[in-house]
Design a protein around this ligand. Structure first.
Ligand code: NAD
Ligand code: WQD
Length: 338
């Protein structure tokens, strides 16, 4: 298939592009590089030994997108990763988040209708469940996201669901990711946050590298066995494989298809930290800090639907996630900007 990947230079997008190329698909990337580097795409091409057609363009720019779609009349489907994703920043810059993430989804929907593209896979998030019973199951009623970022995921899901009603031949796949971590085992591609990382794993890794002084553990008085929050960390390569599987299984199967992509296993902040130290044989200084606003004590996926229907499940464990994160960190101490 010919797949147009928005946000394909980003963290999850780059790993998915590699997996798509490996599976024999052709890849066209559209990315404005607002949170990524062209070098990521170069490295994916080298790892796969295949080339990618790359456009530096903004998915909210309708004219630019229309020109790309007009140029490539053989696109079979879209994977839509492009979006802003920092929860805290979205509270400070709601207009920017709503505009970028919602208009991006609207413009792509318009392009699909205009150019007769029937397949889209959308990067959603476990954040759409809000505070809910665990494990999170696809059939649950969705919660109320506590920040604009989460709202953009909920709204984008709704836009695509409504589009699928209006265009009954469309296949809309909503993939709800849990906590993606890790990097490709080559150490060539990985997560390259700009500035101080917001997420736990890149923060741990930068403390281990001596770029940050210590980890702040946000709260150790949650109702969990060790008092720290529990999440479902999933290796980014498993996640990437999940996208390819979803696309291959569901292309041209009309309707809306929703899947959790997680491991189904909960790991606490303290467990992740100690696993990282043990696997990589190093010490990560930490301190207990106050709870972070908006954090939920524990959530993890019921990942059985993806296994049952797509034949996909996450196979890489916490040790692999820690090892691969550290390999990427040590081989690329400043991300792609060496
Ligand atoms: P990322 O920032 O590394 O990748 C997003 C990519 O989209 C970047 O390359 C960025 O330059 C590009 N982009 C952003 N706005 C754009 C625009 N208007 N036009 C063109 N390109 C644009 O983030 P990621 O972690 O790879 O996340 C990919 C997707 O998955 C995002 O939609 C994110 O919300 C979603 N998601 C991420 C996580 C996570 O924890 N990483 C969890 C759940 C969902
Ligand atoms: C994990 C745990 C923190 C940093 C976020 C988004 C979610 C999804 C994935 C996009 C929490 C603790 C963290 C630190 C810490 N993204 N922590 N010290 O919050 O589960 O999910 O990313 O869709 O929508 O909300 O991930 O990695 O930020 O935090 O103690 O310096 O680590 O309190 O318990 P989170 P995270």
């Amino acid at each position: 298939m010919v797949i147009l990947v928005t946000g394909g230079a980003g963290y999850i997008g780059s790993h998915t592009c590699l997996e798509l190329l490996r599976a024999g698909h052709q890849v066209i990337v559209v990315d404005n590089l607002c949170n990524s580097s062209r070098e990521a795409v170069n490295r994916v091409e080298k790892l796969a030994g295949k080339s990618i057609i790359f456009y530096q363009a903004d998915v909210t720019d309708e004219a630019a997108l229309a020109a790309i779609f007009a140029q490539h009349t053989n696109i079979d489907g879209i994977i839509h990763f492009a979006g802003l994703k920092a929860v805290g920043e979205s509270v400070v810059k709601p207009q920017q988040y709503y505009y970028n993430n919602i208009v991006g989804t609207l413009v792509l929907s318009k392009m699909m209708a205009q150019f007769g593209i029937k397949n889209i896979v959308f990067s959603s998030s476990a954040t759409v469940y809000g505070e809910n019973e665990i494990p999170f199951v696809e059939t649950m009623s969705l919660g109320v996201p506590t920040n604009p970022y989460g709202q953009t995921k909920l709204m984008s899901e709704q836009i695509l669901k409504d589009m699928a009603v209006a265009h009954q031949e469309w296949s809309v796949v909503l993939l709800r990711y849990f906590n993606p971590v890790g990097a490709h085992e080559s150490g060539q591609i990985g997560e390259a946050p700009q500035g101080i990382p917001n997420n736990l794993m890149p923060f741990i890794s930068q403390v281990a590298a001596g770029r940050l002084e210590k980890l702040n553990i946000f709260g150790n008085d949650y109702p969990t066995p060790d008092g720290t929050c529990i999440r479902d960390y999933i290796h980014v390569c498993d996640l990437a494989e999940g996208h390819v599987r979803a696309l291959e299984k569901l292309a041209d199967k009309s309707g809306v298809h929703v899947y959790n992509l997680g491991t189904g296993q909960g790991t606490s902040v303290m467990q992740l930290l100690t696993a990282f130290e043990r696997v990589n044989q190093l010490h990560v200084p930490y301190t207990i800090a106050p709870r972070r606003a908006g954090d939920i004590a524990a959530f993890y996926a019921d990942a059985s639907k993806a296994e049952r229907e797509l034949g996909w499940r996450a196979v890489r464990d916490i040790e692999a996630m820690c090892r691969d994160t550290w390999r990427w960190q040590t081989m690329n101490s400043h991300g792609y900007d060496q």
